[in-house]
Design a protein around this ligand. Sequence first.
Ligand SMILES: C=C(O[C@@H]1C=C(C(=O)O)C=C[C@H]1O)C(=O)O
Length: 100
Amino acid sequence: MTDADPSTILQGLRGSIDNIDAALIFLLAERFRCTKQVGVLKAKHGMPASDPAREEQQIARLMRLAEDADLDPAFAEKWFNFVVAEVIRHHRTAAAQPHD
Ligand SMILES: C=C(O[C@@H]1C=C(C(=O)O)C=C[C@H]1O)C(=O)O
């Protein structure tokens, strides 16, 4: 990445960024597919939408992984909390639906 034309380098990097963003969207979609099933299961069995003890374990694990990956652990925690807030919203919606 030395003598090449900067706009060519930028184009190459943006291609990788676009691929990574696409992978993240697919991964998030798969994660929500699973959590929505968890929401239905919880609703059917009268289980609480959130599980703070489980979340604590997940945050501790993700922060360790982030450190190993040279990613800001505080960012990893913020990302997780952002995603879980949406999951809990889905769980509450599922709990409010009629279920058998
Ligand atoms: C998916 C669950 O429900 C909630 C959402 C979680 C998540 O998105 O990882 C974790 C714990 C719960 O607060 C679960 O209990 O496993």
